[in-house]
Design a protein around this ligand. Sequence first.
Ligand SMILES: *Cc1c(COP(=O)(O)O)cnc(C)c1O
Length: 404
Amino acid sequence: MAANGKAESPMYDYACDAVAEAPQKGVLNPPPRLLCGPGPGNAHPRVLSAMSLPEIGHLDPAFLSMMEDIKEMLRYVWQTNNAFTVPVSGTGSAAMEACVANLVEKGDKMLVGCNGYFGPRLIDMGDRYGAECIEMKKPWGEVFSYDEIKAALEEHKPKILGMVHAETSTGACQPLEGIGELCHEHDCLLIADCVTSISGVPCHLDKWGVDAAYAGTQKCLSCPPGVSPLTFSQRAMDKLMARPDKVKNWYLDMKMVASYLVGSGGGARSYHHTAPISMCYGIREALSICCEEGLEARWKRHREVAEFFWVELEKIGLECHVSKDYRLPSLTTVKVPEGVDSKKLTKLLLEKYQMEIGNGLGDLAGKVWRIGLMGYNSRFDVAMTVVAALKDGLEQQGKLKMKV
Ligand SMILES: *Cc1c(COP(=O)(O)O)cnc(C)c1O
């Protein structure tokens, strides 16, 4: 201020009347939820600690070596040797869109298995990038047989087949064995949605001939959402590199991202966008935990906890929506019994027990609950806690029918 009480320059008028009062919100204090819905699940405490470590630059050699660790561990978790295996900035849908944006060229036929919520999302994306999309349909909760897929490939001759390995909206696990080979016989690429299967359900990308797969971190990897695993086979890379046009999405252009995260031909890595450093710490730690446990042990744990959960559900009179032959261990859809208000129960669980489970989505709205026992939460104590809460929820509505 000048001596006359007037600001010397509007630039330095700190006491300007035009500045609104600052909102005072205090310290953040989120409720301590047990997250047993379709995702996010609770992050592993080690992942949360890793995410609070001090920042480094995204071109720092220490960051680049951490990126190499992430890529190596991702290849293990997915059982693939694909050179292009990276964490994409953004959640699972970003890696999903990366598959579509990079591999779909205008006019390509894209066939998608639609037996839940996420197949139609692939179709919506394909549509936006100029694909001629074809839905292969099945009721929500069922899966496609090898012969059904074969017949559809022969009929439509698509350039791309999209399949959801683990349908989080229905709790069904789509068998992919032999599907890649079938696609390659028809000069077609196979894209697999592995968001809810990665590290929780057996996943053999190379053995199954999957050309592009995407995943998320907030499901079985027990890392907060923010980066998403993506991998392309050599076939997928060849299609991408042979494109005559530019990829129609700047942020997710994997040709450009590759030269940032992978380094072009061993050359210097060039800046594309700033990688989310703390998220990379998180996924690095989450993958390290998977590697310590071992994939087979981790898959087995998810299966055993799920089997236990299914038996305990039966004891309180609840049934699963999906046939046991292809039921996902990471996400169970539980039928809402006749006369039960499904949303009233999920509300009770949240308010009384700090527990989140999911309501049904789309065709299954009001018909099922979606319960995730993923990664860190794939434990007997968590399963039993969910059953106890469900039991109380049913009792409160006068609908508990114990099986003896
Ligand atoms: C959660 C999920 C997605 C989307 O991931 P976001 O992280 O929500 O963007 C895609 N596919 C499946 C099968 C999912 O479960």
